[in-house]
Design a protein. Structure first.
Ligand code: DOR
Ligand code: ZN
Length: 349
């Protein structure tokens, strides 16, 4: 149980981020300290250019992350592999043997940023999925169909019927995380499904509905994939996150993009929240009157699902008003965090 010491202080077991994009090179060096300051560990997405498709790639990427970590910061990157049509069962075995690769990510080809090398037909991966099931290696799913005939706002719900149900029928013991869920359909599906399934929920999907993208003009910093949905879906996500159901846990999907790649005619998808993730989640949980459920969501349910120990340290959030910076340096460029220039009323100390 999170301790709410007073209405002005929250103390939590140190949380983890079960879904983050750290990128690489100078961009990674700039964003990594934000994640490491807030979280003890994070599941690091493999959608680099080129993607992290082998255990050797993941080992090299992990070394680069650890080398970029500022002195004195404790942070454990939990690595993932990018599933392709050609990922072999042996690659999964090699990944498992490293001890630091904790999951395999399914991007349906064309679903989102750097997903071109993703899976074109999951049936091609049957032997690989069998080995993952056998080894208890979780499959992390970007749950959207890529069929452009399907309305953008319906792609997650259609994915459940077309992909998730057949996948779970064929591999009932495969551990699955339905990543960054955005609909009531997905929340209900996960809450009611049998077997080893869980879901991550971002702070931005708890705080905003799709109106935010179009308020007073087009707001590219609220464009992410899966895209924000209607208010009824946001409310269903808040209910799931604050329900105490252990299947739901924190995954920011913090996705840094250079400002010029967001504020342009064809802007990239992704919201940057690594800077202020816990404060954003605390805001959402407080609005729901459920601050007492934040610790389970942020610090307990994730390790429980992944079979990892709960962290030892604690973090404290204080009620304090501060202004989110308008931008943050990222290598040679800048990025704009979610809600840039707005005030937050919780601050991690
Ligand atoms: O909004 C998103 N950004 N969704 C994703 O699935 C990928 C991510 C990114 O890598 O920028
Ligand atoms: Zn993501």
């Amino acid at each position: 149980m999170s301790t709410i010491e007073s209405p002005d202080t929250i103390t939590l077991i140190r949380p983890d981020d079960w879904h983050v994009h750290l990128r690489d090179g100078a961009h990674m060096a700039a964003v990594l300290p934000h994640t490491a300051r807030q979280f003890a560990r994070a599941i690091v997405m493999p959608n680099l250019k080129p993607p992290v498709t082998t255990a050797a790639d993941a080992a090299a990427y992990r070394d680069r992350i650890l080398a970029a970590l500022p002195q004195g910061m404790a942070f454990e990157p939990l690595m993932t592999l990018y599933l392709t049509d050609a990922t072999s069962p042996d690659e999964i075995r090699r990944a498992q043997d490293t001890g630091f690769i904790h999951a395999v990510k399914l991007y349906p080809a064309g679903a989102t940023t750097n997903s071109a090398a993703g899976v074109t037909d999951l049936r091609k991966c049957a032997r690989t999925l069998e080995v993952m099931q056998e080894l208890d290696m979780p499959l992390l799913v970007h749950g959207e169909v890529t069929d452009h005939e399907i309305d953008l706002f319906d792609r997650e719900a259609v994915f459940i019927e077309r992909v998730m149900r057949p996948l779970r029928r064929d591999f009932p013991e495969l551990k699955i995380v339905f990543e960054h869920i955005t609909t009531r359909d997905a929340a209900q599906y996960v809450a009611e499904a049998e077997g080893p399934i869980a879901a991550t929920i971002t702070a931005h999907h708890l705080l905003y509905n799709r109106n935010e993208i179009f308020k007073g003009g087009i707001n590219p910093h609220y464009y992410c994939l899966p895209v924000l949905k209607r208010e009824e879906h946001r409310l269903a996500l808040v209910t799931a996150a604050t329900s105490g159901d252990e299947r739901f846990f924190l995954g920011t999907d913090s996705a840094p993009h250079a400002v010029h790649a967001k504020e342009t005619a064809c802007g990239c998808a992704g919201c940057y929240t690594a800077l202020h993730a816990l404060e954003l989640y605390a805001t959402a949980f407080e609005q729901a009157g459920a601050l007492d459920k934040l610790e389970a969501f942020a610090s307990l349910n994730g390790p429980n699902f992944y079979g990892l120990p709960v962290n030892e340290g604690k973090v404290t959030l204080k009620r304090e008003t501060w202004t989110i910076p308008p931008s943050v340096a990222m290598g040679e460029t800048q990025l704009v965090p979610l809600d840039a220039g707005d005030q937050l009323h919780w601050k991690m100390s």
